[in-house]
Design a protein around this ligand. Structure first.
Ligand code: NAI
Ligand code: MG
Length: 471
């Protein structure tokens, strides 16, 4: 392991104070299985005081957030982006240690986090309402108001990026925040919160309650004192969280994963397609909501494409995040066991593992590694084509023509991303329109989409709004 980065306070941040909890949670490094720290295990008591603090900051009873003009918020967010950049190496090292992701990916994630603050800093003083022509004796205008207290429950796969996406957008609009980071990866979020306090964010504007989903998360989702709830994670937990919020009629935004197809036609630029197909599933060890986890390849070129993929998958190497190989470990032992059980069941069902990457000899023994793999000969409708496996596993199918490609692409309850690889312009447009998905890429693929683009899904991939952009 490389030397550990500067550790942030590992407590709950409430009203600008770091509050210790008696019970603690262990922080494990997925690359080695080693315990590298302990963090607070917030319970409903901490959630309660955090929501009260966020309410106080919003109403002006605590600190002066409510008196900040849009321009002042804008300037703070823009300056904070530079603060993140100044701490870039440290934040990236924390993210790499805590999630096990390859260092290059961790660095990219911190850059993206800073860009979220810059993007929403730029947007903060440009969010305005409309004037609407109506009857002559009316002058109608719409005002864009903040929600108030925004609860944010975020996952462990992109902790810093999703912190940026959620927190920057909420603050830009004048909200206050109670953030529940994932128990498996809190450190970058705590460091970002520490930097925000040092950088003059008034107390109570951003509160962080690390803890378990069923404790701190459930308490936050069920709290009557929140005005909006944003959740990123699994569809199953999303249902529970949305039900809890519905009791108090709290509006929710849900971002819940996918089973996104990359569709390769025989006329595609094969080099570009192959590169993106591999990257789209190996990135973050496949633990990406918008991972390209299905490959649909036109039958006439299937042999060549699958042959080339066998070569590429076989060449992939897995190692500790710090070693910066092609692929890091999964986040924890539970996710690894779950994926391995599903892969074993797939093989029982006759599915072929056409290629596998390899674990580097130097990889730590206790790491939660699952090597990248390519699955072929998959029976129609099999689980590996429908469920999010959340690992570096690509499920390949062939199709005879465009109509079958569209049918297979849509044969899932998810609808987050899709990639279409063809030079035929008419086909690009027909499929882009026909595929049920929040985003469709043509001759490109960008898991996550980008800060400037509206991101979010339909069906089981999520509801009520988009992330990123001004959505
Ligand atoms: P999860 O959806 O349970 O966790 C996400 C967040 O929700 C975490 O902060 C967690 O503490 C919180 N949470 C859990 N239970 C809660 C509850 N009852 N009330 C309120 N908050 C709660 O995901 P988990 O268990 O870590 O991973 C399981 C599967 O979820 C993965 O295999 C993957 O398929 C999916 N997942 C998808 C993500 C995505 O970005 N689409 C991110 C993380 C997980
Ligand atoms: Mg961890």
């Amino acid at each position: 392991m490389s030397s550990l980065p500067i550790m942030p306070p590992r407590e709950a941040l409430i009203a600008g104070e770091w509050v210790a909890t008696r019970e603690r949670l262990e922080v494990q490094a997925p690359s080695s299985g080693a315990v590298i720290a302990e963090i607070a295990r917030s319970q409903s008591r901490e959630v309660e005081t955090a929501v009260v603090a966020a309410r106080g900051a919003f109403s002006g009873e605590l600190g002066d957030w409510s008196s900040w003009s849009a321009r002042r918020r804008s300037e703070w967010l823009l300056a904070f982006a530079a603060v993140i950049e100044a701490d870039h190496a440290n934040l990236a090292a924390l993210e790499c240690a805590d999630t096990g992701k390859p260092m290059t990916q961790a660095r990219g994630d911190i850059t993206a986090c800073a860009r979220y603050f810059r993007f929403y800093g730029g947007a903060a003083d440009k969010l305005h309402g409309e004037t609407i022509p109506f009857e002559n004796d009316f002058a109608v205008m719409t005002l864009r108001e903040p929600y108030g207290v925004c609860a944010q429950i975020i996952p462990w796969n992109y902790p810093a990026q999703i912190f940026g996406r959620c927190v920057a957008a909420a603050l830009a609009a004048g909200n206050t925040v109670v953030l529940k980071p994932a128990e498996d990866a809190c450190l970058s979020g705590l460091r970002l919160a520490q930097l925000a306090c040092e950088h003059g964010l008034p107390p109570g504007v951003l509160n962080v309650v690390p803890g378990l989903g069923r404790e701190a998360g459930a308490a936050l989702a069920a709290h009557s004192g929140i005005d909006h709830l944003s959740f990123t994670g699994s569809p199953e937990t999303g249902t529970q969280v949305a039900q809890a919020a519905a009791v108090h009629h709290v509006p929710v935004t849900m971002e819940l994963g996918g089973k996104s197809p990359q569709i390769v036609f025989a006329d595609a630029d094969m080099e570009a397609a192959l590169e993106a197909v591999v990257r789209g599933i190996v990135q973050n060890a496949g633990q990406t909501c918008s991972a390209g986890s299905r490959l649909l390849v036109e039958a006439s070129c299937a042999e060549a494409v699958l042959g080339a993929l066998v070569e590429r998958f076989s060449a992939l190497r897995c190692d500790a995040g710090e070693a910066n190989a092609d692929c890091g470990p999964l986040i924890n032992a539970r996710q690894k066991a779950k994926l391995e059980a599903r892969l074993a069941a797939a093989v029982e069902d006759g599915i072929r593992v056409a290629a596998k990457g390899r674990l580097t000899e130097s990889a730590p023994v206790g790491g939660h590694f699952v090597v990248p793999q390519l699955l072929t000969e998959i029976p129609d409708g099999h689980e590996v084509l429908k469920e999010e496996l959340f690992g570096p596993v690509l499920a390949a199918q062939t199709f005879a023509d465009e109509a079958e490609a569209l049918r297979l692409a849509n044969a899932t309850d998810f609808g987050l991303c899709a990639g279409i690889w063809t030079r035929d312009g008419g086909r690009q447009l027909r499929l882009a329109k026909g595929i049920r998905s929040g985003q469709v890429f043509v001759n490109n693929y960008g898991a996550g989409g980008g800060i400037e683009l509206p991101f979010g899904g339909i069906g089981r991939s999520g509801m009520a709004g988009r992330r990123g952009s001004k959505a």
